[in-house]
Every structure is written in C-alpha cells, then in structure tokens.
Design a binder for this molecule. Structure first.
Ligand SMILES: Cc1ncc(C[n+]2csc(CCOP(=O)(O)OP(=O)(O)O)c2C)c(N)n1
Length: 489
C-alpha cells in the first residue's frame, strides 16, 4: 500500500526537476530508468544506507510528503567551478556507497554461483571418481571475496528465496543456507533451463528454509518402505547367493522414491503408471511397487525348473507384469504396468512412451493427468545408448508427448567393468538429458529425506507439480556405492 501511494509522488518529484526550457532530458527520466529507480526504492525500504545518499535524501523527502520539486536536490556538478555551489556529498561517503554497491553485487554473484555450480561440491561421489568437473576442487566463484564482512547484512535479490520471510541476511548466514541447499546430499542442476518461470518454480521448491523437513508420520512410512526394500535384497542374497540377482543394494531408497511419486501423483488424479526399467532392481520393483506375489518371484529361482518353464534362466529379469493395486495413500485403485525388458539396454524407453501415449489416448486424456510414465536407467546405459537421446527428443513433440516422465538413474559408478572416468566424455551421466531443459537432481541415497523431498517437490507434490503443471521431464540420478554384486554381474 505504502509503495502504491509513494510511487506517483516519487515520479512527480522527479518530473518537476526537469528544467522547463532545457533541451537536454534528465537521464533518470527516460522510460528505461523506471525499473532502476524502483529497484533502488525497494532496496532503500529494506536498508536506507544501501542506496546513494542523494537517493536516500530524495526518498526520505518524498515519503515525508514533500511537494513536487522539493524532494529532489541536484547532485554536485562533475566539474567544480568557482561559481558552482560546493558539493554536499563528501568524497568519503561517495567512496563508501561505491563500496556498498560493489559488495552487494559481489553477494548477488555469489548467490547465483551457488545456484549454478553448488552441485559441483555436493556430497555425490562416494568413490571419488565421478566429480562433476572430473576434478574435486572448489569452483573459485563459490568462494566469497576475502574483503567481505561476514557479519554484515545484505539485501537478498529477487532471484533467491533463501530468506523465507526475511529480506536481508548476514553474509555468513547466506552462505550457510546456500551450502545446505546446493552442496549437501542433493545437487540440483537447473540454471541451464532457459525458462525463467521454471527456474523460479524450482527455486521456490528448494530454497525456502525448512523445505527438506518431514513430519514424523512421513518418516515412519519412509522407514517402513526402506526396511521392506532392504530386507528383500538381503533375503535374495542370503537364500540364493550364487544366483544372478542384479541387486539394488545401496540404492534401496529407489523403492520408497518410486512409491512417493505414485502416492502424490495419484492424489492428483493419476490412475495408471507405465514403468520401464533394466534388470537392476527389477525384482524389488516387481515385489514392492508392482506388488507381484512374492511366492511367484521366488518360484522363479527354483533350480528344479525345466528350460521350458516360465521363470527359467534370465527370464525373471525380463518379463513384465500389470497389476491393479490399492494405493493406501490415496485410497484409490491404480494400475501399475512394468513393461517387459528386452535385454537390449534402454530399448524399452520408446516402448514405454508409446504405451503411455496409447493409454492416454484411450482415456481421452489430452494432458497426461490420468496416466504417466516412469523410466529407470543405469548410469552407463543412460550416457551411452543413443535411444535415450532420441526418446528425449520425441518427448515434447505434439504427436508423441506423454506430458512429462519421471526418469530415475541408478548410478552405481560402473558399467559392467568400466568406471565413469573412461566411460563417457560428459561430467555427469545425465548430461545428455539437458538438451530438453529438464530439471536434474543428483542425490546421495544414504540421506533419504532430502532425496525424497527433492523428488516429491519436483515431480508430484501437493497442488502444483513440475511434471504435471508444466508437462516437464524430471530427472533424478541416485549415486551409490558399487557392490560386489555389481562387479559380478
Ligand atoms: C544395448 C546393450 N549393450 C550391452 C549390453 C550388455 N550389458 C548388460 S548390463 C551392462 C552394463 C550396464 O551398466 P549400467 O547402465 O551402468 O547399469 P548397471 O548394470 O551397472 O546397473 C551391459 C553393457 C546390453 N544388455 N544391451
């Protein structure tokens, strides 16, 4: 309200300073200066000493109700002539305000640097072989200038929400919040997206204080699901130690993560899920997400099966299933379809998209509100198989789109026998997906709460979702330790 009242007054004050007969227009009266003056006014309302003294005087006068022409006092001339009045601003204070401006600009650059590069030093590389830049040094732009006073308060720019309700914070607190958000167990990459609205949307989901917290009830559900997923892997490992298992060990959190996506999107109306994935973790997904009866899965390990029997050999990692299950979160019946895995890595991706599109078509669903696809990948296959890139490029075409897919990459930092340093040329295995400007979160699975929060906030939460609201792909890559099981298979 105050601002609305002041603005006409502010402009009236400025307008009246135009010399009636002078042909030279005042530079601050040009159309393009409006935003600048308003920005300064915003900054002044937060902290009067953050603007130049002459502006401080002007804003004070205008807000005190000075009549047009009296709020403004002209700045000192650039050249000093004996006839001109002596400058009212001392050299010391000019220098101080220049320092102030420079410091604010430095802090703004630092905030932006964390948004762009914070993921480079996030805790994502348990083996020390996968640093984003293929080196593990701190990017220089993330180091605050030595001269900056850590206890000084700085006005936060509009491009960050780290303040929550606060408009200014001490530099020490700014850096601490940025490090928690961008350099912990979630490394979010989004500043390459050339859509300001999407970037703001993501900042709103990641930056406000407290967004990575969970209620006790949510924590209990997460723990129960983690136990079910972990115990399943342990049981297979203990019971059939010499069988191929393509285990999910170390990344069991993928199961609660998938269930989180399903829970929250089904509340928003999704009734049918089409899932595609390779062999790794497939039995766990069959058991805990698609709810295939455990006895059916275990039966396929039976050494007495004949070659022609269902489940013999590798088949248990290749067959698909479709089940209708009751989702306890939404109390709704949903259909979960795990598409058969043809062994040729990633070949299932376009098949899943085709099946999803066909289901949406049959349901007269033109925006993907009732059927969605989820694709799981291995790190080496995601980076190395051309069909991934091709499928991503089809994803926004009007005749092919499925209105957003959640992709999850299980990154065990090995592709058969090859480690990432000699497996691909890009820093991250997910870089190929950047062609379509999708948001990418790199997460460390041993800290599941931030991981689930990040996933939930982008793909499927409450009233607005990145996937559903903006029809956008969401990509999550989970880095985990390589286990003996990976190396054997
Ligand atoms: C197109 C294709 N090429 C090669 C293979 C053989 N192969 C099976 S698993 C595998 C390694 C895949 O590594 P990654 O994608 O990282 O998944 P991981 O098994 O490590 O989870 C390879 C090369 C295959 N199945 N399909």
């Amino acid at each position: 309200m105050y601002r609305v009242w002041l603005r006409p007054r502010l402009w009236a004050g400025l307008a009246s300073t135009r010399p009636a007969s002078s042909g030279a227009a005042e530079p601050f009266l040009s159309g393009s200066s409006g935003a600048y003056v308003e920005q300064m006014y915003e900054a002044w309302t937060q902290n009067p000493s953050s603007v130049h003294k002459s502006w401080d005087a002007f804003f004070r006068n205008a807000s005190a109700g000075a009549v047009p022409g009296q709020a403004y006092s002209p700045p000192p001339p650039l050249t000093h002539s004996p006839s001109s009045p002596s400058p009212r601003v001392t050299e010391g204070s000019t220098h101080q305000s220049m320092t102030n401006i420079t410091e604010h600009l430095n802090v703004q650059a630092l905030i932006r640097a964390y948004q762009i590069r914070g993921h480079n030093i996030a805790n994502l590389d348990p083996l020390g072989i996968n640093d984003a830049d293929l080196d593990d040094s701190m990017p220089p732009e993330l180091i605050a200038n030595e001269g900056l006073d850590m206890d000084k308060e700085f006005t936060l720019p509009k491009t960050t929400m780290i303040g929550g309700g606060e408009k200014a914070l001490p530099l020490r607190e700014i850096i601490s919040r940025l490090r928690t958000i961008y350099c912990g167990s979630v490394g979010v990459e989004f500043m390459f997206i050339n859509d300001r609205q999407k970037c703001d949307w993501i900042r709103q989901r990641f930056e406000p204080p407290g967004v990575f917290q969970m209620t006790d009830e949510e924590k209990k559900i997460l723990l129960a699901r983690l136990i079910r997923s972990t115990r399943f892997e342990e049981y297979l490992a203990a019971k059939w130690p010499s069988e191929k298992r393509f285990g999910l060990e170390g990344c069991e959190v993928m199961i609660p993560a998938m269930k989180e996506i399903i829970d929250h999107s089904t509340v928003r109306g999704v009734e049918s899920y089409v899932i595609g994935m390779p062999h790794r973790g497939r039995l766990n997904v069959l058991a805990n997400v698609a709810r295939t009866p455990l006895e059916r899965i275990f039966h396929e390990f039976n050494p007495m099966l004949d070659p022609q029997d269902e489940g013999m050999g590798d088949v248990k990692y290749h067959l698909g299933t479709t089940n209708t299950v009751l989702n306890h979160f939404s109390e709704r019946e949903i259909t979960v379809s795990l598409v058969a895995n043809p062994s040729h890595l990633e070949a299932v991706d376009p098949v899943v998209q085709g099946k999803t599109r066909a289901t949406q078509f049959r349901r007269n669903d033109e925006s993907g509100k009732t059927c969605m696809s989820i694709l799981l990948h291995g790190d080496a296959a995601f980076a190395g198989q051309g069909v991934v890139y091709e499928t991503f490029h089809l994803s926004d075409l009007p005749d092919y789109t499925t209105h957003g897919t959640v992709h999850m990459v299980v990154n065990n930092q090995i592709g058969f026998t090859t480690d990432p340093r000699v497996a691909r040329s890009s820093p991250y295995c997910t870089d190929v997906a950047k062609v379509t400007c999708c948001n990418i979160s790199n997460v460390y699975p041993f800290n599941p709460i931030p991981m689930l929060r990040a996933l939930q906030s982008q793909s499927c939460t409450s009233s607005r979702t990145l996937r559903m609201h903006m029809g956008t792909r969401v990509l999550m890559t989970t880095v985990r330790f390589t286990t003996k099981d990976d190396a054997l298979q």
